[in-house]
Design a binder for this molecule. Structure first.
Ligand code: 13P
Ligand code: SF4
Length: 350
């Protein structure tokens, strides 16, 4: 509970002038305390039910780093998109409950098709993944027949099926360097694409014009500059889905998993976290002696759709409409670029 409170206190501290802190914090503390007991009881009861149901159903809970704190706390495995793909592939339990957004749950199903994969809220989609159309991509491929299609995992199964290889924010430069083609059609995130193109100058990039609304529109330069002014000693960690104007002020550009490693290894005591706000909870929990400052407006509404109530309901009822269902042919075609990405990443680690 301390960490949840702390995260939101940080948001308030960043928003208001110093003299108003005390009033807000006292008010927040009273509100927090009155909320804490009932919230704590609700979370405890649901968490216990979830852990009982998981055993009964032989289910595993895979959770992305942007999920709500209480959902992160019931995870069997918590990670970034790449970690979650690798984990999904090796899961032995019969059922995967995926707490994240649609493309992540689809990837889990594609990589481990004999498992049943459920989303606690199937309406949790990634808007960027839906910015690519199969028709548009086919046309672009026809215009650049010598190019390889590298698709961010934040894509639909249909887009993956038209791609040569996938990547995540943790391995995009590695993947683009590893493939033989000199020309790359990069979908869908133009920000990740532009940043990757800078890291891999020897290749030519054709960028799809997609973007993440949270990172592009809600991680704002003026907010970052204000936080830097207030905390001149803080290091800035930024996700490559942010605009170049943000990345230009970053000490490190990292996936969410990369941020965890960087923060743990760094000697610095304070970090500004330019990505979705959920990340701050895990960073703070795993590094209690360091301070993590959130970009307060950077909320992905889809990542916040999954609540403990919905996780418990999903395990209780296993509703048909919550289960990922994809055709065999589509899954076979979409698996190839995903497997190729995992293979390149595995090889690079050796
Ligand atoms: P990561 O792979 O860095 O966790 O990012 C996933 C995502 O959706 C970023 O917006
Ligand atoms: Fe998609 Fe952006 Fe939300 Fe990540 S943060 S799931 S890229 S909308």
């Amino acid at each position: 509970m301390y960490n949840i409170t702390n995260q939101y206190i940080n948001c308030f501290i960043n928003r208001f002038p110093r003299r108003t802190y005390f009033i807000i914090l006292i008010g927040f503390q009273i509100y927090g305390d009155s909320m804490t007991t009932s919230d704590h009881d609700r979370i405890k009861a649901l968490s216990l039910e979830i852990s009982r149901l998981k055993k009964e159903r032989n289910a595993v809970l895979l959770v992305h780093n942007y999920q709500l704190p209480e959902v992160q706390d019931v995870a069997d495995f918590l990670g970034d998109s790449l970690d979650l793909c690798m984990k999904a592939k090796s899961v032995e339990e019969e059922i995967i409950i995926f707490c994240g957004v649609d493309f992540m749950a689809e990837s889990a199903k594609i990589l481990n098709p004999s498992k049943r994969v459920f989303m606690p809220d199937p309406s949790a989609g990634c808007p960027m993944a839906h910015m690519v159309t199969a028709d548009g991509l086919k046309k672009l491929k026809a215009r650049h027949s010598d190019a390889a299609v590298v698709s961010y995992v934040n894509t639909t199964a249909e887009t993956k099926a038209l791609s040569d290889v996938c990547c995540t924010s943790a391995n995009a430069p590695l993947i683009c360097r590893a493939i033989p083609e000199k020309k790359i059609i990069f979908t869908p995130d133009r920000n990740l694409g532009r940043w990757t193109a800078e890291q891999v100058p020897e290749k030519e990039f054709i960028l799809w014009e997609g973007y993440c609304p949270t990172h592009q529109l809600r991680v704002k330069l003026e907010d970052l500059l204000e936080l830097k002014r207030r905390h001149p000693d803080a290091l800035v960690m930024a996700h490559p889905e942010c605009l170049m104007e943000i990345l230009g002020h970053a000490d490190a550009v990292l996936s969410t998993g990369g941020m965890l490693r960087y923060a743990k290894e760094s000697n610095a005591g304070r970090f500004i976290v330019a990505t979705e706000i959920g990340m701050v909870y895990r960073l703070q929990k795993e590094n209690p002696k360091k301070e993590f400052i959130a970009m307060e407006g950077a909320v992905c509404p889809n990542m916040k759709k999954t609540t403990l109530e919905k996780v418990a309901r999903c395990l209780r009822k296993m509703p048909e409409e919550n289960e990922i269902a994809l055709g065999e042919e589509l899954m076979d075609a979409a698996r190839k670029p995903l497997e190729r990405m995992l293979e390149i990443s595995r090889f690079a680690k050796k």
